[in-house]
Structure formats: structure tokens, C-alpha cells
Design a binder for this molecule. Structure first.
Ligand SMILES: [Zn+2]
Length: 291
């Protein structure tokens, strides 16, 4: 390599470095609230709750669908703030539009949600939002707030050290099953999940707008709180506007790939599953009954 080429390479490297630094500066780390749990406790709690959820909910067993949702979900999770959690993705046979995530990685999405999405980007938006709750550890932040409210002195006294947080949680009756109040998020948590979700969408090559557009579509369909997804993930206010503001900071539009043949095949499959499962039962929420 000639001297001139070496100089050119050095300048190109520097420019790339500056560009990366600028991108990082535009993206301040999203900081969720305090947490009394360790990351490993998030994973342990999620595994226990997922074992229970898998017994209670009708999980779709179809090689194509299982492979598709895991491929899509894991690719999205790799762009999150915490890509190292052991994420898993499962489809629940339920026409109601819902999705939820347990601490530490397990994510569930209903057949109804996939059927309601018009393209892969809309489904990716729901998954990116759920992944963000996991990555930002909103569930154990919720649990920490609940514990602090109930046992402030015990916590100040260090009762939660050495792994006893889990047993305390159980004593307080704060389970982490899919129906847990701990998975009903605050407006702050929703705002953060939208923000991080938009970043994931952008980095994965989807138009981040479509995440907000899908939520808007659901709101338009919602009749008196009939859509569980919206009651568990309330609009923090100006959802679409906030996502668009974040987009402006993310960078220029890319040649988005918002849909794939695999998504359309998945949508056809879940639609036939939904038809097989008969008329929608209103009381049949997408979550197991509270214990
Ligand atoms: Zn949410």
C-alpha cells in the first residue's frame, strides 16, 4: 500500500470514528429507575414465570412460526441496550391483540397481534417495545418500587441483600406471572420503551414510524379498553410525536425493508390458526388467570 493510500485510510478511519462518536452523543443511554434486583435475578424470575406461563397458555407449536418469531425477535434484541439477556419468543394462540415480556428475556405475542399487523415492521415495533421493557428492566424496577413502598425500613436495613429479594417478593404476594400487576407499566416506562423501541427499529432497518403507527391503529380499534395490549402499555401521551422526535435524532432515513415474504406467510398461518380456534371469547384474555 502506498503512502497516499495509507493517509487516505487513516483519514477515513478517523472520520468513521468521529461519526460513531457523534451518533453515540446523539443517543444518551436511557436510564430506568432504581432496581433492588441483580440482572441474574431478572433472568431467574423470568425463567420461573415463563415455565408457569407455558403451562397456562396455548403456545403455538409450528416449526415455521417458532423459527420465524425467534429469528425476528433475536435480531431486534441484538440492537437493544441489553443484548446479552437470554431472549426467547413464543406465539400464543389467542385472537386478542396482546404481547408481553417477562423479566430477563421471555417475550410472548398473540396470534391476534400478528394477524392485526399489515407488515413485518408493525410486528417488529411490538417486539422492539417488549424487548425494551426487558432490556431496561422495567418489571423489576416496578417490583423494587412496590417493595420500597411496603417495607422501606427492611430494605434500608439491607434485608434484600444476598439473594433474598426473590423470597421477599413471594411473601408480599407479588408474583411475576403473566397476569402480574408488575407487568403493568408506568407512563415513564412506556415512554422509555417507545424511545428504545424506535432506536431498535432504526438500527434493524425498519421505519421507526411504523411502530407508532401500529399503536395508533390499535387505539383507533379499541372499544372501551377491549385491547389488552393498550391497557398494559398505556399511551404516555403524544406517542407518535415523541417517536418522530426521536427519529430526527437517529439519522437520515435508510432504504427501509418494512416487509418480507416470511412475514406474509406467518400472517397467513396465524390467520388460519385463529379461524380454527372458533369465535372470540370476550372473557378469554390473553393472560392466565391470577393465582
Ligand atoms: Zn409498554
Amino acid at each position: 500500500m502506498g503512502t497516499l493510500q495509507k493517509h487516505f485510510l487513516a483519514v477515513a478511519c478517523l472520520l468513521t470514528l468521529f461519526a460513531l462518536q457523534a451518533a453515540a452523543a446523539d443517543r444518551p443511554q436511557i436510564k430506568p429507575g432504581f432496581n433492588l434486583f441483580s440482572r441474574q435475578q431478572d433472568v431467574d424470575l423470568g425463567r420461573q414465570a415463563a415455565a408457569q406461563t407455558d403451562r397456562q397458555l396455548p403456545i403455538v407449536r409450528d416449526a415455521f412460526l417458532e423459527n420465524y418469531i425467534n429469528r425476528l425477535g433475536r435480531r431486534l434484541a441484538s440492537y437493544s441496550q441489553a443484548p446479552d439477556f437470554p431472549y426467547t419468543f413464543k406465539i400464543v394462540r389467542d385472537k386478542n391483540i396482546n404481547a408481553f415480556a417477562l423479566p430477563g428475556g421471555p417475550v410472548y405475542v398473540n396470534t391476534g397481534t400478528i394477524a392485526a399487523a399489515d407488515n413485518e415492521a408493525e410486528l417488529a415495533g411490538v417486539l422492539a417495545h417488549e424487548i425494551s421493557h426487558v432490556a431496561l428492566r422495567h418489571a423489576t424496577n416496578n417490583a423494587s418500587k412496590a417493595m420500597l413502598a411496603q417495607f422501606p425500613l427492611a430494605i434500608l436495613g439491607g434485608m434484600t441483600r444476598s439473594g433474598s429479594a426473590l423470597s421477599q417478593l413471594a411473601r408480599m404476594g407479588l408474583g411475576f406471572g403473566a397476569n402480574s400487576v408488575l407487568l403493568k407499566y408506568s407512563r415513564d416506562a412506556e415512554r422509555q420503551a417507545d424511545l428504545q423501541g424506535a432506536r431498535i427499529m432504526y438500527d434493524a432497518g425498519y421505519n421507526p414510524d411504523l411502530m407508532a403507527v401500529f399503536f395508533q391503529k390499535l387505539e383507533a380499534k379499541d372499544r372501551g379498553g377491549s385491547i389488552q395490549f393498550l391497557s398494559d402499555h398505556p399511551n404516555p401521551g403524544n406517542r407518535v410525536q415523541a417517536v418522530r422526535q426521536e427519529e430526527a435524532r437517529l439519522g437520515p432515513p435508510k432504504p427501509w425493508v418494512n416487509d418480507t415474504a416470511d412475514f406474509q406467510q406467518a400472517k397467513e398461518l396465524v390467520s388460519s390458526i385463529n379461524q380454527q380456534s372458533g369465535p372470540n371469547r370476550q372473557s378469554d384474555s390473553s393472560r392466565p388467570a391470577p393465582r
